[in-house]
Design a protein around this ligand. Structure first.
Ligand SMILES: Cc1ncc(COP(=O)(O)O)c(C=O)c1O
Length: 319
């Protein structure tokens, strides 16, 4: 996702949360000496809310799962977030509710090392937590296929900067890969693990369709264990499509019947070309389409069976 204040991103707005207070976004400021700004010592989440105009409701998707992952990241990075799971969910709901969104939204909570000190480490530092939001439509045009390349940059290793934890500093790896891919005219980069197996995209997990089965890199292949990836496992079970989680060779990308990327931002985005080779028939495949349709219906609150994925903001009933 291109972020920031240029026209290319999704500018943050409305009411933010910082130091246990809800404040207008313009007042949510931290020092340039903040440890996390200097050393990347933060971890974060990206949570989507979908506007359902019929019910006049914003549905936050898999809210508890996102904050559970944030709590896991904070354990790894020794950050005391100072809020329990329910309090974190309530902050996200309030940020959206107080801003008054009547459109799709993206919520960004960050837990971070807040001390204004020059010292590498994680111990004996103050911890901070903030949360803000931005309106967000499609990250990619998911009706057309993405043209991707296998990046020369390798995914950061679990024993270097664990991808399992969504660390702010770790995203320099994704940034290098996507920037070089875009400069070379591709939409997205696929990163390999240090030992050359498929890991994931710059901000998305990857699935291949091979002989009617879904194949996706296992959780030990230096991936962020995506919440959307988990949702796809549920959708595949409903559609009766078998899923295999295993190591994936680079060349399997070139011979797959279908490929798609998935994530909170990208949703379910078909890939139709990898390194100049057309995937399948060079257009969105049938299984990708079925999963995309069901996913988009579910996150908009149109599938009864998956309503427990959603937390309504305005009815404010946490599920
Ligand atoms: C590196 C990376 N992998 C995978 C994902 C997908 O994760 P999720 O489905 O939880 O959004 C993301 C999402 O932002 C990501 O940044």
């Amino acid at each position: 996702m291109s972020e920031g204040h240029s026209g290319a991103g999704f500018p943050a707005r409305g009411i933010a949360y910082l130091d246990r207070r809800f404040v207008p976004m313009e007042e949510a400021k931290i020092s340039i000496a903040t440890h996390a700004f200097n050393y990347g010592t933060g971890c974060f989440e990206g949570i989507r809310g979908y506007w359902n105009s019929e019910r006049e409701e914003v549905y936050l998707v898999k809210l508890q799962k996102h904050f559970q992952r944030l709590l896991n990241s904070t354990r790894l990075f020794r950050i005391d977030i100072g809020h329990d799971l329910q309090q974190l969910c309530d902050v996200a709901i309030e940020v959206v509710r107080r801003t008054g969104y009547r459109e799709d939204v993206y919520v960004r909570p960050i837990a971070y090392k807040a001390s204004p000190v020059i010292k590498v480490g994680l111990l004996h530092l103050q911890d901070g937590f903030c949360c803000f939001s931005a309106p967000m439509g499609a990250y990619f045009d998911i009706t057309r296929g993405l043209v991707v390349t296998v990046s020369g940059w390798r995914r950061n290793d679990d024993n270097a900067i664990p991808a399992r934890a969504k660390a702010t500093g770790g995203y320099i790896n994704a940034a290098l890969a996507i920037a070089d891919a875009q400069e070379a005219g591709f939409d997205e980069a696929i990163l390999l693990t240090g030992d050359g197996h498929v890991s994931e995209g710059s901000a998305a997990n990857i699935f291949l369709v091979m002989s009617g089965k879904l194949v996706t890199p296992a959780v030990a292949d230096d991936i962020l264990v995506g919440i959307t990836r988990g949702a796809i496992l549920e959708l595949a079970a409903k559609l009766g499509v078998p899923v295999v989680e295993r190591r994936v060779d680079r060349t399997e990308l070139y011979v797959a019947d279908e490929i798609f990327l998935c994530g909170t931002g990208v949703q379910i985005a078909p890939v139709t070309k990898v390194d100049g080779r057309a995937i399948g028939e060079g257009k969105m495949g049938e299984i990708t389409r079925a999963l995309q349709d069901l996913y988009l219906a579910a996150v908009h609150g149109e599938v009864e069976e998956f309503m427990d994925w959603l937390t309504p903001v305005y009815a404010n009933r946490s599920r």
